[in-house]
Ligand binder design. Structure first.
Ligand code: FMN
Length: 181
């Protein structure tokens, strides 16, 4: 069977491990990325997401860099912007759930932003390699909100895109179900 073809933006996207440290994102670029995230679907249209962005060279960019893990510190500071991705879990700190699907929905909004970036000739690497608790305190995250991930966005400073591996369609259709005895 031939491999089904998918949208070029999906096929061509990859997460680089090197960014061009000379590239700058404009304010219009940033607004466009946020606009893409804004239109993501969410449970009950709850839109339980927030994005805290600091461009390379901005005051405060170094504060994000200071909280990177050694692994991400090798490449993330070169990205044009670092984005902190937050989900709204609870109403203040009342213990009342804001959205059961906050993490799920944040992931979709980040995916929207990632694909919009790729369509604009940019590249993104989402990551978790940072000091979560330290960053939470440094950014004074509001009660009920949680940082989940960060995204480095810029232009990829790589030669050929890397080989990307994925599980098969057959596996997607069968995994996760216990076979009847
Ligand atoms: C939630 C999440 C967390 C990730 N954390 C890291 C990370 O800490 N460090 C890293 O180098 N890449 C991280 N990645 C990037 C993945 O390794 C990458 O997306 C995956 O290998 C697939 O490669 P591709 O995006 O090029 O298709 C993360 C991606 C996601 C979605």
């Amino acid at each position: 069977m031939t491999t089904p073809s998918i949208l070029p933006v999906l096929q061509g996207r990859y997460s680089p491990l090197r960014f061009n440290r000379d590239h700058q994102l404009t304010e219009v670029d940033i607004e466009t990325l946020l606009e893409a995230a804004r239109w993501a679907p969410s449970a009950g249209n709850s839109q339980p997401w927030a994005f805290h962005l600091r461009r390379r060279g901005d005051t405060g960019h170094g504060e994000l860099v200071d909280h990177l893990a050694p692994s991400s510190r090798r490449w993330a500071p070169d990205a044009s912007v670092l984005v902190v991705n937050l989900a709204h879990h609870e109403v203040d700190d009342s213990g009342t759930q804001y959205s059961e699907f906050a993490d799920y929905d944040l992931g979709q909004a980040v995916a929207h932003m990632t694909l919009q970036a790729h369509a604009m000739g940019l590249a993104c690497r989402q990551f978790r390699a940072f000091d979560l608790d330290g960053l939470h305190d440094a950014l004074h995250v509001a009660p009920g909100w949680r940082i989940l991930t960060m995204t480095a966005i810029g232009t990829a400073d790589t030669g050929d895109p890397p080989t990307r591996n994925r599980r098969s369609i057959a596996d997607l259709r069968t995994a996760g179900f216990a076979l009847p005895a």
